[in-house]
Design a binder for this molecule. Structure first.
Ligand SMILES: [Zn+2]
Length: 133
């Protein structure tokens, strides 16, 4: 009588990427596409997300799906202006939870940029939420 090994096969823990990176160029100022391969790992991205910046900013944004692409949509343009995003900068997003992403900005010297938004410290304004329901 053949017996299967009790421990047949390797258990593969679910390993999914936590980070994605975007390079700022002109179309990026309006909305930001989340890389397809990143989205694929997570399937659905909630339509309302929170993006926290390395300066402690806390911004509410919406996402929109167009075919295979998911964009960070409303709230993004205001964020880009408030943080003086510039062409050639790099943004690294870390998925904290399904709803929350922590973002770090790097400039062309590959150094983290610490740009406080104009609302920073104003608890009533730092959280920006644009909803057109
Ligand atoms: Zn702020």
């Amino acid at each position: 009588m053949k017996r299967r090994a009790a421990n047949s096969g390797h258990f593969q823990p679910d390993i999914a990427p936590d980070h994605f990176l975007r390079i700022i160029f002109k179309p990026t100022f309006n909305r930001l596409r989340i890389p397809r391969d990143f989205v694929r790992w997570f399937g659905e991205v909630p339509s309302n997300i929170i993006v926290t910046a390395n300066t402690g900013c806390y911004w509410r944004m919406t996402t929109v799906r167009e075919g295979d692409d998911v964009y960070i949509d409303q709230g993004w343009a205001a964020f880009a202006v408030a943080h003086h995003l510039q062409i050639g900068q790099f943004l690294v997003f870390k998925k904290v939870s399904t709803f929350q992403y922590n973002m770090v900005i790097f400039d062309y010297t590959c150094t983290e940029v610490m740009t406080m938004c104009g609302y920073h410290g104003d608890a009533t304004k730092c959280v920006v939420f644009q909803s057109h329901v």
